[in-house]
Write a protein that binds this ligand. Structure first.
Ligand code: BES
Ligand code: MN
Ligand code: MN
Length: 458
């Protein structure tokens, strides 16, 4: 067993190097949805491979049909437990660029926070694990347990190829615990472990009423308007209380048990701070549920984008022939993403006016996930947080989605633990994304302690 002091000395003395290496990783613009960034994706995989090789890992690049995934493993003793670290090296687009205070791919440190796209989601967090195994390797020449990494490049586009990759590489991915850091702790910072994720159904709807745009004087009064039709369809998706009206939508929603609801009421969540941080003036939603319940344990329906008609400067008198919207639902236990997407598609087609043609495109679905609180992963992560932070973690759910978690559980039978390193205020997916430098270094220490705890348990 490595000496804890030697290990933490090692981590402390490498702080500058570990930070600079992260900044270099953040300089590579690995935007998965942008076809012009394909070479940046490979470059990121190579960068991470070199780091893991330096920590004594064997690495391979898995072709997925989309962006490649990096797999790495180091087996030190087959009788010891194996941890699979999952993370993603792809990032969200930086748009709108003009709202950034600095270049999203030229990281700056402002008030102790790294400002860059992907700083928190997820490069900074997954890289903390890479630096943790490197520190363990440098301090002891070995690792406390067997460790594997799967770092994918398509998480932000719904991991369309990862399910098949996990299935095909089931043997390689065999592990006792899956460790993921891709989320946010509570303000404070209050260390958290996440045991629940929501799922996602995402679809695009297009309403077409004519074969071309029409003069709004020559046709107005006699031609249907697709934007009007789509707006009415969307408006009808919720009642005046905010409940979703799609038939069967709530059929399989599992209500919180009394225990979990009580536990949730004890979570130190400041609804006013939450509201203010997001710049909101209110937090409306489904009646009968607290804000946290609505964020973590209730399903949602949101319009993510809408378009159609004249968008240029000035005025143009036209009845557009087509309009579209992107609509997504966050899903909770025990909703089935495909069934919900189908129900929504059928409903949209049913409520559309007869004079409109409706096409629906379904994007990749993601399943919700729940982890048991008493698994080896949660236990080791709790010990690691106690060792580093000197407090017990708070167990939380999140409203976000990580679709592969359900695949790990279903295909590999894995125990998945989500060890959050970021903060809600990191502005993930938004301009000026950040990651607190101190929390990055803390993440490295917690990760190293996690591997030690797993090694001692096995
Ligand atoms: N890291 C996030 C998920 C997340 C968000 C966890 C907030 C905890 C708090 C992840 O990278 C993400 O953005 N996931 C997408 C998945 C989607 C594209 C299928 C999401 O939740 O929108
Ligand atoms: Mn993420
Ligand atoms: Mn994300």
């Amino acid at each position: 067993m490595p000496d804890a002091n030697a290990l933490h000395d090692r981590i402390a003395s490498n702080a500058d190097r570990d930070l600079n290496d992260l900044l270099n990783l953040l300089r590579i613009p690995s935007v998965s949805t942008d076809p012009s960034r394909t070479s940046a994706m490979r470059e990121t995989v190579d960068y991470l491979s070199r780091d893991l090789q330096a920590a004594g890992f064997q690495t391979s690049v898995w072709e997925t049909g989309g962006h490649p995934a990096l797999f790495a493993e180091r087996t030190i003793d087959a009788s010891k437990p194996t941890v699979l670290v999952y993370g993603h090296y792809d990032v969200q687009p930086a748009d709108p660029l003009e709202l950034w205070d600095s270049d999203p791919f030229d990281p700056q440190i402002v008030d102790g926070r790294i400002v860059a796209r992907g700083a928190s989601d997820d490069k900074g967090q997954v890289y903390a694990h890479v630096k943790a195994v490197l520190a363990l390797h440098e301090a002891t020449g070995t690792l406390p347990c067997n460790v594997k990494f799967l770092i994918e490049g398509e998480e932000e586009i719904g991991s369309p190829n990862l399910g098949a990759t996990v299935e095909a590489h089931g043997k390689d991915l065999q592990s006792d615990v899956v460790l993921i850091s891709d989320g946010a702790m509570l303000p404070g910072p209050t260390p958290t472990l996440t045991y629940g994720l929501r799922g996602l159904a995402y679809l695009e709807v297009r309403v077409t009423t004519a074969d071309r745009d029409l003069h709004s004087g020559a046709y107005g009064g006699a031609a249907p308007n697709p934007i009007q039709a789509l707006a009415e369809m969307i408006a009808g998706l919720k009642d005046d209380q905010g409940r979703i009206t799609v038939p069967a939508f709530y059929d399989h929603v599992r209500e919180l048990g009394d225990d979990e609801r009580t536990q949730l009421e004890r979570v130190p969540f400041d609804a006013d701070a939450f509201q203010n941080d997001a710049g909101l003036t209110a937090t409306p939603g489904e009646p009968g549920y607290s804000v946290l319940e609505r964020l973590w344990a209730r399903p949602t329906l949101d319009v993510n984008g809408i378009g159609g008609g004249f968008q240029g400067e000035g005025s143009k008198t036209v009845i557009p022939n087509t309009a579209f919207a992107k609509i997504s639902c966050r899903l909770v236990p025990d909703q089935d993403p495909a069934a919900i997407a189908n129900a929504l598609e059928a409903h949209l087609k049913r409520v559309a006016p007869h004079n409109a043609n409706v096409e629906v495109l379904q994007h990749a679905h993601g399943r919700w996930a729940l982890s048991p609180l008493d698994g080896d992963g949660m236990t080791a992560a709790t010990q690691a947080i106690r060792a580093v932070d000197g407090v017990d973690p708070v167990y939380v759910r999140t409203g976000g989605s990580i679709p592969v978690v359900a695949d790990f559980q279903r295909l590999l039978g894995s125990d998945v633990v989500l060890l959050d390193m970021g903060l809600e205020s990191d502005r993930i997916h938004s301009p000026n994304e950040t990651f607190d430098v101190a929390l990055y270094h803390r993440g490295i220490r917690v990760s190293a302690e996690f591997f030690r705890a797993i090694g001692q348990g096995g």
